[in-house]
Ligand binder design. Structure first.
Ligand code: HEC
Length: 154
């Protein structure tokens, strides 16, 4: 590799890294995130929790700012209730999330990570859901999941 190729590669790497640069709080949250990933891993069949991509979208659409996002998510995780659940489809399919009564300080960091991360669209999860709901004969649900695949994974 010559020098200009190297510089090009380096700037491409720095650019892509800086476009998803996490705050120090989120970096700490990332290191605690395996606590959530055990269930929120999009590749599980059957799933134990909804992929964070969709959870993040719902929280962004239903909170007024970053602080509200972090606070609402922390409150939910400590004590999930049907009333506070935004993800009706996940509640219906998997039941309400069990409470994880971790200290607020840790949950705030995790929620900050979930706020800032650019999760890839959960294409594996949708493909599993299409197969599973087709087998169950729930074609309406299969169509919904196929729609997500078509929209975000092509
Ligand atoms: C034992 C499995 C499990 C673990 C561990 C888990 N979750 Fe969940 N989570 C679920 C399930 C199932 C749902 C879908 C049902 C629901 O929304 O309550 C869910 C939903 C959610 C939602 C969406 C709630 C809504 O409906 O508005 C958030 C936010 C969330 N989880 C955050 C977290 C965070 C943060 C962690 C880690 C600290 C975590 N979860 C760990 C199973 C889990």
């Amino acid at each position: 590799m010559n020098r200009s190729q190297y510089l090009l590669l380096l700037s491409a790497t720095l650019f892509s890294a800086s476009s998803i640069a996490l705050s120090p709080e989120a970096i700490e949250g990332n290191s605690l995130y395996p606590t959530c990933h055990v269930c929120h891993n999009q590749e599980m069949d059957p799933p134990l929790g909804p992929p964070m991509w969709g959870v993040q979208r719902r929280y962004k659409n239903n909170t007024i700012d970053d602080e509200d996002f972090v606070q609402s998510m922390t409150n939910f995780v400590k004590k999930p209730t049907l009333e506070n659940a935004l993800h009706d489809m996940a509640v219906e399919r998997m039941g309400l999330m069990p409470p994880l009564p971790l200290p607020d300080e840790l949950l705030n960091k995790i929620a900050t990570y979930i706020l800032e991360e650019q999760f890839p669209p959960p294409c594996v999860h949708w493909a599993i859901a299409v197969k599973e709901s087709t087998e169950r004969g729930d074609l309406e649900h299969a169509r919904k999941e196929q729609g997500m695949l078509n929209r975000f994974c092509k």
